[in-house]
Design a protein around this ligand. Structure first.
Ligand SMILES: Nc1nc2c(c(=O)[nH]1)N[C@H]1C(S)=C(S)[C@@H](COP(=O)(O)O)O[C@H]1N2
Ligand SMILES: [Mo]
Length: 373
């Protein structure tokens, strides 16, 4: 006989498999055993859109049950609180699709020296997708947002493992909430959001780090104050001024991490030996602050740099593919480095300043490979 518990466990395991949370095709790069820390393999950064099946997954406590009819409450300092599910949102507001990079603040943490605690992400805590939904601004306007509201307190249906662990509660400043690119999304890459990526509804905050992109949305509350919980006042903060590597920085000397800095990342070559002749360096570049202005590649250790071609449409927080071709006539060892610039004049540094949580590492990315006959 199989008990009620066993049946529930089996049903749960099946639900997880169906929802795509399980790593069926094993293409993800894993950081430990947790299915909530899956990284996109580097080779997928040779294109503008990261396929959903290899799109990195990160959450603190794992997903809640899948409920596609779950409602989100938009309330607090508003005249008319609204409680809406996907269908009601779609009926009530214009639909918008935005192409944007979702990147964890901790992407690149493994490259920080001295090393800091946290998931040791290399390059794969990032991906770009098309996100479809409605503008948060439209919903808040319909709800009659009060002028006294300065922040939104945003939370989802996921719960911490025990009551002593703080819940994942985030605050978004009103100006950012009212930005026309901030969406309440229900589709990713043209399909309904998967459970791993926040179904049925999640926030899209192009240009800002992933922690603002709250998944499994249940509550959006307009308030005067920023939330005082762990995930605003302790986690996801950056020093307000440069600090000594390894220094302890008190939270009050830090501010919430928002936009991610300009970076480029090389997807190919991938380190495999290649024949003498034409070589192509391909990757993507993005800045959370401004569209990409240029990408340069060096194959002589940084002595000289040449402009790569940058393809497709740019935007704040929108990645573009870059390509650089050269002819390698002699066999030998080749090393290519890339660096990007954005339209606000920010340049990708060779090695960015250290910070206590290892956020926003955006140093030059280098790949090397053997050219033979
Ligand atoms: N409700 C909820 N939303 C969340 C999180 C979470 O733990 N709970 N993690 C955030 C973090 S830290 C990141 S980087 C992104 C990752 O989104 P993805 O799994 O779709 O790539 O989701 C964000 N949204
Ligand atoms: Mo994150």
């Amino acid at each position: 006989m199989i008990g009620r518990r066993g049946v529930l466990q089996a049903a749960g395991a099946l639900a997880v498999l169906r929802s795509g949370v399980a790593n069926a095709d094993e293409l993800f790069l894993r950081n430990g055993a947790s299915p909530q820390q899956l990284a996109t393999p580097l080779e997928f950064f040779d294109r503008a859109i990261t396929p959903t099946r290899v799109f990195f997954v990160r959450s603190h406590f794992g997903p809640p049950a899948l409920d596609r009819t779950r409602k989100t409450a938009f309330d607090g300092l508003v005249t008319t609180p609204l409680t809406l599910d996907v269908e009601e949102l779609r009926k009530s507001f214009p639909e918008v699709t935005i192409t944007a990079v979702l990147q964890c603040a901790g992407n690149g943490r493994a490259m920080q020296k001295p090393r800091v605690p946290g998931v040791q992400w290399q390059h794969g805590a990032m991906g770009q997708a098309t996100f479809t939904g409605v503008r948060l601004k439209d919903v808040l306007t319909k709800a009659g947002l009060s002028k006294d509201a300065l922040f939104l307190r945003v939370s989802g249906a996921d719960a911490p493992p025990k009551p002593t662990v703080p819940g994942f509660i985030r605050s978004l400043p009103i100006e950012r909430a009212m930005d026309p690119t901030t969406l309440v999304a229900y589709r990713m890459n043209g399909e309904d959001l998967t459970l791993a990526h926040g179904a049925p509804l999640r926030l899209i905050v192009p240009g800002w780090a992933g922690d603002h992109w709250v998944k499994w949305l249940t509550s959006v509350r307009a308030q005067k104050e920023e939330d005082a919980g762990f995930f605003m006042k302790t986690a996801y903060r950056m020093p307000t001024e440069a600090v000594e590597p390894g220094a302890a920085v008190p939270p009050e000397k830090m501010k919430p991490a928002t936009t991610f800095p300009v970076k480029s990342i090389i997807a190919r070559p991938d380190g495999q030996k290649r024949p003498v002749g034409p070589q192509e360096v391909v990757g993507i570049a993005v800045s959370g602050v401004a569209p990409i202005a240029s990408v340069e590649v060096s194959i002589d250790g940084g002595k000289t740099w040449a402009k790569a071609t940058v393809e497709g449409e740019g935007g704040i927080g929108r990645a573009q593919v870059f390509r650089y071709r050269f002819d390698q006539k002699e066999p030998g060892h080749v090393k290519a480095m890339a660096r990007a610039k954005d339209k606000k004049g920010n340049e990708q540094p060779e090695s960015p300043p250290w910070n206590p949580s290892g956020y926003f590492w955006n140093g030059w990315h280098a790949v090397d490979w053997e050219v033979g006959t």
